[in-house]
Structures are given as structure tokens and as C-alpha cells.
Design a protein around this ligand. Sequence first.
Ligand SMILES: Nc1ncnc2c1ncn2[C@@H]1O[C@H](COP(=O)(O)OP(=O)(O)O)[C@@H](O)[C@H]1O
Ligand SMILES: [Mg+2]
Length: 372
Amino acid sequence: MMIKLDLVTKVYPDGTEAVKEVSFEVEAGELCVLLGPSGCGKTTTMKMINRLIPITGGKIYINGGDSTKMNENELRRNIGYAIQDIGLFPHMTVGQNIGTVPSLKGWPKAERNKRAEELLELVGMNSGEFIDKYPSELSGGQCQRVGVARALGADPPILLMDEPFGAIDPITRVRLQDEFLKIQQDIKKTIIFVTHDIYEAIKMGDKVALMKEGQLVQYDTPANLLYRPKNEFVEDFVGADRALKGLQLIRVKEVMTSSLPTVKADEKAEAARERMEQEGIDWLVVVNDDGKFLGWVGKAELGKGELVKEVMNSSAITVTVNTVLNEALSLMLSSGANNLPVVSKDNRLQGVLSFDIIRKALTEVSQRRQSE
Ligand SMILES: Nc1ncnc2c1ncn2[C@@H]1O[C@H](COP(=O)(O)OP(=O)(O)O)[C@@H](O)[C@H]1O
Ligand SMILES: [Mg+2]
């Protein structure tokens, strides 16, 4: 157990009961999402964990210890904190911002700089380019990344993130979510992540704590929240299009076809035609000698040239084995492609995802829901 809330209550001085007897536990290395409508008490709950807000009832344990008995500054230095409006210090460079807590901890300058460089690279920013810039010189998405890097500054075991990707456009947001999940696989922090967005909650959370009017309604895995809602509030909050949302629980690697006929770019178009006939299909994936994905070739184009590379279609959208199915589906719908190649980081072909595969997954998701 890493973080444990036991009947935690917050009554503000004006009498507002913001959090009422909330109990849950977050295991080490888990990402727990606090979810619920605006005003339900998410931020208050989170801020009680690092004592930015004092609790008025119950107890919070950090690694088994009573948080109210810990040194407040020490506690905060061991808990990274990232919030929606970022709160980067405008008069400090990116490097100095990231080094805030390491500096409080007395790390020497060279070590702080090295750490800032590492963290910038970790959040996908070129350290040479950005480390000496000021926040006003960055885009919103870049500021969010720096905010996350700063929260990770002194390598704290616990991270609190309050709508960290809230204020940015949906496309950048999806990218930041994906990058963050990838980072979390390596760093395995214990994380409390606040959002009011059910999609984000399902995507990011190992566990989700759904709150309503200061109370914890259901604390569960994303799948149970979707398929075993405890009551009508959960059901309504989770939404009617549950089957579609269920696609977020499935990753490409679980459903893709991995053996598929290919043709090399240097082969003759005639060879491609023969292979299509053998396989009874009207398109092939084109790869180079190293198995790297290059594009597609369709039966109708074969007559237009002698070699595959002269007639292939090289503009193609790809996914990875870790893409979630609802994102793959929206890529298909927006690009009009019925098939998406699945490629590795170095663009090696790993499989293919088809519209039919997604449709089958969708049917299974709805059936599973009905049978439960
Ligand atoms: N400092 C405060 N004094 C009094 N009431 C507050 C204070 N901060 C928040 N609240 C109230 O507490 C409730 C929970 O707020 P909050 O934790 O910010 O919710 P959320 O983050 O889920 O939107 C709301 O009704 C809010 O108006
Ligand atoms: Mg809030």
C-alpha cells in the first residue's frame, strides 16, 4: 500500500462539506484516476494528500505513515505535483523550473542540469533547444510537458496530477496521454490523476475513483466501471455509448492480424498480381528488404507500371501495437482507409488492423456487456 485514505472528510471554514468520509487505497506503481463532475471534491481530495489543504476528519497514510505526522515540506518534496494551469515560474527558464525541487533538496547545479536534460528528453522535448527558454516562449502543449517534467524533478515516488492535460487541444492531448502512459511504464510512480473526462479516466487509470457531491460512489477498474456500474449515477456518468468507450480498453495488439501477405517494392507488378490471386485478395502491403513498411498496392493500380514501387501508394497512416481501438477507429473514419498497417517504432511491419476487426471487437464488447 502506498496511499491510503481512511474516512477522509473536508469541511471548509464556510461550512461547505467538500469531501465526505472517502476511503480508498492506491497500490505502489498504480495510476488512480479521481473522476467526477465539477465541484464533486476531486481537487480537495488531491490537495489533502500533500497537505496543501488540511483534512478535517479521517486519516491519510503515505506508505503506512500518518501524513499529518510527517514534516510538511519533506512530504511535499516527495510528492510531485502537476496542475492544469501549470504554474511554471515565468521568470525562470525551463531548466530552472524543472530544477525547483532538486534545488530545494540541495542538489548541486551540475546534477540539477543533468536531471533537467534527462526529463526534457523523457517528455519528448529536445533539451538543447528548450532548456534555456522561458515559459512565455513555449506553446501550451510544451508548457504542459515541462509541468510534468517539473513534477518528476526530484524523482518523487508519488505524483499528483490535477487535470494535467486539461487546457490543450484534443489532438495534442491524446499525444500527451500516450506519451505519459509510455513514460509511466518505465517510471512506475504511484499516481493520483484528476479528470472530469470519462474517456481520459478509462484510458489512463489502473483504478478509477468516481465521486459525486463529496462522496466516493465507485472505486474500481475501468472495465468494471463500464460493465458493472454500481448504480444509476455511475451508469449515467459513464454514458450511453458504452460499447464505443469499451473500445478504449482494447489495444491493437490484441486483435490485429499478424500474418499478412506482403510484396517488396523492387518486385515486378506481375508478381504482386500472382500473390493477390493466390491469396484471394485485392491489395498487398509493400515492404523494403528489411521488412520496413512502405505502403500499399491495390489490384487496380497494378497495370500502371512495371515495378511495384512505381504503382504503390506510399501515403499511409499507421498505428502501433499499443494504439487503443477507438483511436484507430477514428483514424480510419477520418482518413477513409479500411485497413491500417501496424508498425513498430522503427517502422517495421507487425500486422494489419481492418475495419472488420474493429467491428467484430465492437460486437464482442456489446455482447459482453449484455451478458453481464
Ligand atoms: N476554499 C474553499 N472554501 C469553501 N468551499 C470550497 C473551497 N474550495 C472548494 N470549495 C467547494 O468544495 C467543493 C469541491 O470543490 P473541488 O474540490 O474544487 O471540486 P472539483 O475539483 O471536483 O471540481 C465545491 O463545492 C467547491 O465550491
Ligand atoms: Mg478541480
